[in-house]
Design a protein around this ligand. Structure first.
Ligand code: DGJ
Length: 729
């Protein structure tokens, strides 16, 4: 049993393999957080809560109970208006203009398995034995709003998911203003807040800072999860490291605007929350209707940040990603974007693919520029028919030529967009997000289709399905290259305009669900100017994401390291591109670019026909080596050894599940004279086994490699790198 209900103390205790999570019903009606942390065996958790009168300025909601104030009580899902002054998880506006809500326990049920979230991506189970779910109903009796809190315990995978549904059982419409996916109150503030923040080409830098009184939060207002912030935060107890100490992660399975944060209050408790961004959000809930929030995934680890990451990796790789590619090795690909940009014809593509096939590449991806009249980025998005001038034989011809080389064929699309200079826009000018009478702000000369509209969704499903049926296409790169402005929909009435951005996400998820399930043999990779939508919501539909448009090996150390805080390596596209690098102008060796890119879903993003014979020999070896380590990289356990955010060296390693194989990547950015001799200590190996360093006859004990380490590689140049592979004897 993963979920226990102690009826006498009215306390719920949820247990995963390593975690306990508990809350109680104060006065039999108010859900109050009790504990989240390392697993506790016993069931007497009610003893953890000590209530006493706090000499604060806090009103007392229950007459006679001087020890109970909502302002100091740890909450599970706080409403607004009756004396908790911290940031609420829930806020509704009622017909009488008031926003006061009083949510009280009504009933609960505990069921086997996990329910799907209607219209939304979520962690799933393959059998009911994998999870138990608690659904607890709270009611605001005056309005008739019923708020159901769902908690699923993924016992073995060591995670708890939370989501909320709101049903209007009253007789009048209500406007939901704030419906976060989770909120809980930690008993103190002795934590650091960790966030993944960045920009285009510099996604997911790791920031860590101690909590302070007041609100500290991150958010996206862009209509997508964004390059700037990722829908994830973690609290690390002071002193927690990569390998030790308590870490609490919350991650949101959603791809739109979000809010995540912590509020430290007057008694230095810390309210942790995540959900849809209430900014510019509203949802009119008619009598009889239900609203479902996205899912939050809570992971606790006593084994530092690395322990938390490995729980997320396993969970997201095996129970968020879906489809036949979930467990399949991902192909080595070559993409023509940086090789040709918009300037190509079928012969040029075939020439690149031909060298690729000779070198062992398995998939050729035709990027932007194959459709409409697209010769630059000023036109044709929406016109998903072949540009006959460039490709007179159509996609059939190109795909046929690629297939003849023994390679599979993949295609780039950007379905959510429309160029003002396109046949689609001329035919349907009201199909984009816009506000009547206002200027339609363009980004990269394009507008965003209004995916909140069922007719636009249907058009995309049909058009993109038509493209995928028109040729043997086995891979799709689904791109999205701008953020929302003038967020409004021509089909929604004024009182529903604030629903547009969330309805867009629901529409996108519907389109993705339909297309990915109609084409189960196609591998889908998402992209948003690189990693502008690298989030769990998108991974539910497409099991890998183009990590960043920045392919420079040094920049990628930070980008891939930061991404690995939450996301599995099997989700990260990583390619070798040419030097000087197109984004930062840096020159690094083919070897170093290879070592970094081989730490993800490997590929090339350059003109292979320009390679010398010497380079081709290196590339041939890289591809052969990658194929040998591919299962280890894509499905092994990932350990971070040195952080690029803390010094000149980055290293990480992969260990197979049975601990018989491992691979270490070590990169030193700048060479320094007379540096101290460093040691490289490995992780995750079996201390009782011996391992041979491949390519040598040196044998090391697993304990020796982990506790004493080996001499760190040394280089006589900047950007030096080494890849070390160990196999158990
Ligand atoms: C942005 C992507 O991130 C690039 O890889 C490339 O596909 C371009 N879009 C094409 O326009």
């Amino acid at each position: 049993m993963a979920i226990h209900y102690d009826a006498s103390n009215r306390l719920f205790h949820l247990q995963t393999a390593g975690t306990s999570y508990a809350f109680e019903l104060v006065e039999g009606r108010y859900p109050s957080h009790v504990y989240w942390g390392r697993r506790i065996r016993g069931q007497q958790l009610h003893r953890l809560v000590e209530r006493s009168m706090r000499p604060s300025f806090s009103p007392l909601p229950v007459p006679g109970r001087h020890d109970l104030s909502f302002d100091t009580m740890p909450h599970e899902y706080p409403g607004y208006g009756n004396s908790d002054y911290r940031s609420p998880a829930f806020e509704a506006r009622y017909n009488n203009g008031s926003s006061v809500t009083d949510l009280q326990y009504e009933s609960h049920e505990i069921i086997s398995g996990k329910l799907a979230l209607p219209g939304l991506p979520a962690v799933y189970v393959e059998s009911d034995h994998e999870a138990q779910t608690l659904r607890i109903k709270l009611r605001d009796s005056l309005s008739g709003l019923v708020v159901t809190l769902s908690y699923t315990v993924m016992e073995k995978l060591d995670a708890i998911t939370r989501s909320v549904s709101i049903s209007n059982e009253g007789s009048e419409a209500v406007e939901l203003r704030r419906v976060l996916s989770m909120s809980l109150d930690m008993p103190d503030d002795r934590y650091d807040l960790l966030q993944l923040s960045g920009a285009w080409s510099r996604e997911r830098d790791v920031y860590r800072s101690p909590l302070r009184p007041g609100m500290q939060s991150i958010e996206s207002r862009r209509g997508s999860s964004s390059h700037m912030q990722n829908p994830f935060i973690a609290l690390l107890e002071h002193g927690a490291t990569e390998d030790t100490g308590s870490v609490y992660g919350v991650s949101l399975v959603y791809s739109g605007s979000f809010l995540a944060g912590v509020e430290v209050d007057q008694f230095r408790t810390a309210r942790l929350f995540i959900g849809i961004n209430p900014f510019d959000f509203g949802w009119r809930l008619e009598a009889g209707e239900t609203f479902q929030t996205p899912e939050a995934v809570l992971v606790y680890s006593p084994d530092g940040l690395g322990g938390m990451s490995r729980i997320y990796h396993e969970l997201y790789r095996t129970r968020l990603c879906r489809g036949q590619y979930r467990d399949a090795e991902r192909p080595v690909l070559v993409n023509n974007w940086e090789a040709t940009y918009f300037d190509f014809d079928a012969d040029k593509l075939e020439a690149i693919a031909s060298v690729g096939s000779e070198l062992g590449i398995e998939l050729f991806v035709l990027d932007d520029g194959w459709f409409g009249r697209r010769n630059d980025d000023t036109s044709s998005l929406g016109d998903w028919f072949v540009n006959e001038q460039k490709l007179p034989g159509g996609l059939q011809d190109v795909a046929g030529r690629i297939n003849k080389l023994g390679m599979r064929f993949g295609l780039w699309v950007e379905p959510e967009m429309v160029s003002p200079d396109s046949e689609l826009y001329r035919a349907h000018p009201d199909w984009c997000l816009h506000v009547p009478g206002r200027y339609r702000t363009e980004g990269r000369q394009q507008l965003i289709l209004d995916l909140s509209r069922p007719d636009v969704q249907q058009h995309l499903i049909e058009t993109i399905s038509g493209v995928l049926n028109s040729a043997p296409i086995s891979y799709v790169k689904w791109d999205m290259n701008r953020n929302m402005t003038e967020i409004g929909s021509a089909l929604l009435p004024p009182e529903r305009q604030r629903e547009t951005a969330h309805r867009y996400m629901l529409g996108l998820y519907n389109v993705l669900e339909k297309i990915t399930s109609a084409f189960p043999n196609v591998l889908f990779e998402s992209c948003s100017g690189g990693g502008g939508r690298f989030d769990p919501g998108i991974l539910y539909y497409m099991p890998q994401t183009w990590t960043s448009d920045n392919t420079d090996a040094v920049s990628r150390l930070r980008i891939q390291y930061g991404t690995s805080i939450v996301y599995p390596v099997s989700a990260m596209g990583a390619h070798i591109s040419e030097v000087p690098n197109h984004q930062v102008g840096r020159i690094t060796s083919l070897e170093t670019r290879g070592h970094v890119a081989m730490s993800g879903n490997f590929g090339y993003e350059l003109d292979l026909t320009k390679f010398s014979d010497e380079d081709k020999a290196i590339v041939r070896n890289q591809i052969a080596e990658y194929k040998a380590i591919r299962p280890l990289v894509q499905f092994g356990d990932f350990y971070r050894l040195h952080s690029p955010f803390e010094g000149n060296v980055t290293s990480w390693m992969f260990v197979s599940k049975d601990r018989t194989e491992s691979m270490v990547v070590y990169v030193q950015v700048l060479n320094e004279p007379n540096e101290p001799l460093g040691r490289l200590k490995l992780k995750g190996l079996d201390p009782s086994r011996d391992y041979r360093l491949i390519g040598t006859d040196r044998i090391y004990g697993g304990d020796e490699l982990m506790y004493a380490g080996i001499a760190a590689p040394r280089f006589n140049r900047d950007f030096g790198s080494a890849m070390l592979r160990f196999v158990a004897e």
